[in-house]
Design a protein around this ligand. Sequence first.
Ligand code: DLL
Length: 439
Amino acid sequence: MILHDIETVTQATMEKVQLQRLKETLHHVYLNVPFYQKHFTEQMITPNDITVLQDIRNLPFTTKNDLREHYPFGLFAVKKDEIVRLHASSGTSGKPTVVAYTKADIDMWSTIVARAIAIGGGQPGELLHNAYGYGLFTGGLGLHYGSERLGMITVPVSGGNTIRQVQLLEDFNPSVICGTPSYVLTIAEKMEEWGKDPATTSLKYGIFGAEPWSEEMRNTLETKLNIKACDIYGLSEVIGPGVAMECHEAQDGLHVAEDHFLVEVIDPKTLENLPYGEEGELVFTSLTKEAMPIIRYRTGDLASIRKEKCLCGRTTLKMSRIKGRVDDMLIIRGVNIFPTEIEHHLLKIEELTPHYQLFLTKEQNLDCLEVKVEIKESLVLEMDQLSLHEKMNTLSRKIERVIKSNCYVSVRATVVIPRTISRSEGKAVRIIDQRIPTK
Ligand code: DLL
């Protein structure tokens, strides 16, 4: 269901809308945020110098560090009495990054997320089970407001309390479930553990994101739950969930909400803009935010963008699945590898589950990677101790071979019994860094 005509306009029409909104945003931040005024002045540029969209490339980037340095309220572009909501993302180190919303921002975000849910298969009048965490994280409230705006009956379950999740899925008959892919998998597995078949629920669609996941993970979730699973992307600094959403018709790339966010892809090393189809770091500029617009924000997320007419009828730019964050790239003896690449190969091995963790250690001053992954429960039940032990050993060696021949990285693999790897109720923790910090 296409909620708004803007999703199907020509590139020329979209660019006209974007340019107008970009100019307004630049004037707004130049006037109201000392950081941007100083930033632009240093580059000897004013908002009036932006006459075509490509001129945005002359503007400086904004980084997570800029947000941290202005913690908590230093980048707000409106007076405090106009702000109605704050969210924050925890980050792995240091201060959280705080983001603010006016009433109009919340309204705009709700519309964007309503569009996203519709893109993913949601319909007014049906039920949406929201298992994203409610709180400072934008997932819970973001999906919640969007679902209500679309006219869906919204069940604000939040993350955790898996017994209750299962009970509500069975009793309320939702058609859509939202959550991180890793947590929704945990819910499905709990059902299996309790002798229920997750494929028999009323669910038809899953809207999964907030963490990197692979095509193989999609297959696992779709088969287990008998649903269509689509990818939703977003980040709090830009707005939260809804920046881009994959359609259930094509399931092939995420439609960027281009009328609200201008997307660029840059080479993270040279900072040069990359053409369509080339993978690099995503950079977003908000076009319609009031409380805290952000200009050329370096997301740290790696993906590519492309322009094509989609099966669903939308004409908006499409983004590839996120490969990972620049800072999640592991460098093992000079070879770069992302956790999602490892997941891709692990899940091709039939006997393994998507529950895995990567341990980084240091041996004789060299970085080493250990992959721990759980074997399927069914194998444990059908094998005696000795054969199981042998099977786990054989599988471990197989993983090492597969990763070496496909990713050119030597890893140590350990296949472990089910429920050894800790489960998360939100974003899964995939990398455990056990290297002793160098002074
Ligand atoms: O994760 C917003 C969100 C909520 C998106 C619910 C989707 C669904 P943050 O907590 O600020 O916001 O984290 C943003 O999460 O920069 C990516 O690295 C990662 N991320 C978000 N969506 C995806 C996705 C929310 N679909 C950071 N695939 C981003 C891969 C994702 N990574």
